[in-house]
Design a protein around this ligand. Sequence first.
Ligand code: BMA
Length: 339
Amino acid sequence: MLLEPVLHSSPVLRRCPQNPVLSKKDIPYNAELIFNAGVVKYEGRYVMVFRNDYDHQGGVQFGGCNLGIAYSDDGICWKAEPKPFVTLEQFDDPEILRVYDPRLTVMEGEVYICFAMDTRHGLRGGIARTHGLTGFEILSLSLPDNRNMVLFPEKIGGMYARLERPMPVYSRWGRDRFDTWLSLSPDLRFWGESKLVLAVEDVPYANDKIGPAAPPVKTEKGWLTLFHAVDIDHSRGKNGWEDTWKKRYSAGIMLLDADDPSKIIGLSKTPLIAPEAPYEAEEGFRQNVIFPGGMILEDTGEVKIYYGAADTVECLATADVNDLLSLCLQSPAPHTLPE
Ligand code: BMA
């Protein structure tokens, strides 16, 4: 099923006039695509860990990928540290091919990073402890194939919780029919009690796959939770640097139950962010890609949403928390029916 040729962002969303807030010109080492960052507030500053693909070799090939780190006092003007934070060389393990798409969560005074790891035997989702952003100690790696992991910022019912996006093939006709799941852990190392949270068929602006985006934020009404949603149209042709790019990535928003985040309280039936601005839809490596990796609720009620645009630059948009909650509460939870 094809979707609307044009999707619009919600009117409650305001793009930052300074967008993009981080791009390769801000990076003091070899850098090309700066995107899909995790962002939190930690010890009085904003901190961003971003993905950097560098040494473009044509098509979708890049010579390398590392994770950089940047700090900001206002969440808008960023300064990158002189060196990358995580590089492949640090692991010294030929099994590991790439570490990317970092997501940050502050919990119990520590910054944790969820990430995707390509290995010679599949794609694994990982969780690392950073020791106050000075190191990278891996606590757990999932079985392949799993990615887009994000940690909730506190224990729920005595257990750590994460959202994740396994990639089932056998039961889903070998297509990208991927969904969002929840798993629990007593110690951040062993994960289980997994439950389906949101299925791709319940998102009206996805016909391909969905998955987590930024880590959820706690509000009085429950967990405000972004997700990414992908639609595919095989008539789409040349777009960005590749010969063809058939997908469009938008961002949606839902509210999960405070005590049982496997339960959806409400979900917006339309996208929160759809690719529209020139740096999202007309420029860059992969046009028509929005991918939020960070969400911060300020004391004022402003919500900052950080997102990768066109897999090329990092951007910021803001909205009022009450507007976002209203979007979610307008539509009750979907009831998944067999396809
Ligand atoms: C996904 C991931 C993301 C990326 C998206 C769009 O598969 O690689 O990092 O933003 O594709 O290219």
